[in-house]
Design a protein around this ligand. Structure first.
Ligand SMILES: [Zn+2]
Length: 371
């Protein structure tokens, strides 16, 4: 889980303070120019949701999915525009195919899942600043408008009236805590632990809780707090030059699926994107994205389905993306990153990137950051 953060995004740890110091001293820009001489690594930013930070006492969904606020997102994109070279991921794929080296300070902006704040909040900011971006979406959620299952699980745990919490799959059997903060912590632990079991077992477990607790996620349209985008919104962004890639069909961990289901999930997501957007989808982001979520078989199936690049959710940069084009490292943006920390992460990624267990990876940090 991410470190404790302040709601206004102020730096809360040594990295944050160091980043703010380098930023305010004006040192970062010189460091960036110097670094560009010897490091020409591709940096890919990973976002989930852009929204105002809600009151945790009244917000009934997963706070960890909020990458940053609209104001901070604007600042971050403005910095990219001034100091870096924002690039489309498709152009990266073309450069790799042509054997070309990327120019210094190439940065790509990506979003995972497909929440509707990507369209309502992030897209207008990106469009106004002329920053390209890729939106990775789980197609079944775009089709149906139903909430994403992990977020729904957090919602159920936060709001259920059930007195006990029994999950034999995860050896959990305890009284349901009354305090909301304790329930959030419990939900975080469940999300982490369930990434160890099969993807179909995860879905079955959540479906059973929906039945037992009488909280089906498909009874009505998703609540506004956890609504996916729809195809019209994605078509509009696509027509404006924004890229839409696959994040699977049901947001299941590919490597945790039986082989045939895994291949079907990858191929079906591509067929749906191709059909709905009228262009071949070539970009993939493996759902959950940690090193337990994809493997060699998944990469083979991704390549064979016609995808040209695959993004992980493992922290790092890509000094030579031709060598890991189906396992690209990214730099997750977390909500407690102030402007200095964000700038420092892009300038000094090895030192300043977030060395945490993200909610999706559920594993100790992978030492994948390159200098
Ligand atoms: Zn995801």
């Amino acid at each position: 889980m991410v470190n404790p953060s302040t709601s206004d995004g102020r730096a809360s740890g040594i990295r944050g303070r160091l980043g703010e110091l380098c930023y305010s001293s004006g040192l970062l820009h010189s460091l960036q120019r110097a670094r560009a001489w010897w490091h020409k690594d591709l940096r890919i930013l990973a976002y989930h949701r852009i929204m105002d930070f809600p009151d945790p006492e009244t917000y009934d969904f997963d706070l960890e999915l909020i990458s940053t606020s609209p104001e901070r997102f604007y600042e971050q994109m403005h910095l990219l525009k001034r100091r870096f070279r924002p690039t489309r991921l498709t152009d990266v794929a073309e450069a790799i195919a042509a054997g070309e080296t990327l120019p210094p300070d190439t940065v790509v902006v990506t979003f995972d899942d497909g929440y509707d704040d990507n369209y309502r909040i992030a897209y207008p900011i990106l469009r106004d600043l002329g920053i390209p971006a890729t939106f990775f979406v789980s197609t079944a959620h775009i089709d149906t408008g139903r909430p994403f299952l992990y977020d729904w699980l957090v919602h159920m745990i936060l709001t259920t009236g059930t007195p006990s919490f029994v999950l034999p799959e995860l050896n959990i059997d305890l009284p349901m805590p009354a305090a909301r903060a304790e329930r959030r912590e419990l939900a975080g632990r469940v999300l982490l632990a369930m990434k160890d079991i099969g993807a179909l077992e995860q879905s079955a477990m959540i479906a059973r809780l929906e039945r037992d607790w009488r909280m089906p996620c498909d009874d009505a349209p998703a609540p506004p707090e956890c609504k996916p985008m729809n195809w019209d919104q994605l078509r509009e962004m696509h027509a404006a030059g924004y890229e839409v890639g696959s994040h699977g069909v049901h947001h299941r961990m590919f490597a945790k699926l039986p082989h045939d289901d895994m291949v079907r999930e990858i191929r079906e997501s591509k067929a749906t994107l191709d059909r709905e957007l009228g262009d071949p989808a070539i970009l993939m982001s493996y759902p959950v994205g940690g090193d337990r979520a994809f493997n060699g078989e998944v990469i083979d199936a991704t390549r064979e389905a016609g995808f040209e690049l695959g993004c992980s959710y493992i922290c790092g940069t890509n000094p030579d993306p031709a060598t890991n084009r189906y396992a690209l490292y990214r730099l997750p943006v977390e909500r407690n990153m102030g402007p200095g920390w964000f700038a420092a992460m892009l300038t000094l990624p090895r030192l300043m990137s977030y060395p945490t267990v993200h909610h999706e990876t559920g594993k100790d940090p992978v030492a994948a950051c390159s200098p």
